[in-house]
Ligand binder design. Sequence first.
Ligand SMILES: *Cc1c(COP(=O)(O)O)cnc(C)c1O
Length: 403
Amino acid sequence: MISAVSRADFDQYMVPVFSPLDMIFVRGEGSRLWDQEGRDYIDFGSGVAVTSLGHTHPVLLKALTEQAGKLWHVSNYYTNEPALQLAKKLCALTFAERVFYCNSGAEANEAALKLARKRAVDKHGPEKIEIVSFNGSFHGRTFFTVSVGGQAKYSSGMGPNPPGIVHIDLGDEAALRRVVGPKTCAIIVEPIVGESGVVPVDPAFLKLMRELASEFDAALIFDEVQSGNGRTGALYAYMNTGVVPDILTTAKGIGGGFPIGVMLTTAEMADKHFTPGVHGSTFGGNPLACAVALAVLEVIASPEVLAGVKRKAIHAAKRLRAMGEAFGCFTEVREAGLWFGCELAPKFAGRAGDFMKVSASNGLLHIVAGPNVVRLAPSLVIADEELDEGLDRLELTCRQLSA
Ligand SMILES: *Cc1c(COP(=O)(O)O)cnc(C)c1O
């Protein structure tokens, strides 16, 4: 018999790297979740931009259960049909010519960074290992990816970090020109910065990165772990920038809730440098994850779904700006498709976590991006009524907190 569990068990049994809210969810359907007490919540967080098509979407459920009845795992000594079908689809839909699978965003970035260094060292010698990254960026929690990420709180306190990584400010053209040079093997950037507030990077700055990376034969890596897979209304955010990277990493929403990470790249980047044995993953490319991701992409890449993202985004942004003004809670609402960063007014400085808690008590789940930004990332196929119901609940939160 399975014993009943409660939030108190978390503190007793779990490593305390997280401190979750009190409720425990037991079921989800579309954009709604239910907790152990039977209370319902509108989901504007999507498990941090992961459940891109909501919960238990019928197409994904079918793909998962059909594959579950056929084949779960064979290892990379063999390939499998879903992995190849997904790879073909990703190459057809993007700049990519080669695909590498893993299980998370951090692993996708780990693969990208290793590939960039390997290729540079193979082609130009052992000095070409420098990685240019940006302050405030987030690329995952492995030791290499926290070191490359631009947030000292995640990378410090564990002894020496890997060498050759420099961080500059986004938008600082002079600094970019100064640090990119013959020793640079990669420039890595989130084209829309997620964890630090849903902040789009100026396409002109991305273009300069592209020019400098090409000039010095370094890899331009776009981390689209969060911005990809339809979140912005484009299939991948790079498609709206006029800049094409050499490597694109993604995860989160591509699995719709099933763990998968993907690195997309070109034949020129990969073929001579990521040769058999150089890199790998036990679970990467497993049939279950690939079957679900294929179904996710089939739904998301449809013109109706992407157009729906843009239409709902305009509506939600309008309402968010109106409530921001009415209650004096947001100074700015940044919108990137169904992905919003609501910048808190000075009188609410540091209180994004309070918004999250009060919203939860009002039956709304959203996330934060640092202490001063309320972050929303609803399902890309959220029903219009549920979007409005969630916005009503957020309005209640603003009303209560500003009272
Ligand atoms: C979430 C995130 C990651 C890390 O993904 P994990 O699956 O948690 O390893 C990396 N980059 C960006 C931009 C992210 O938002």
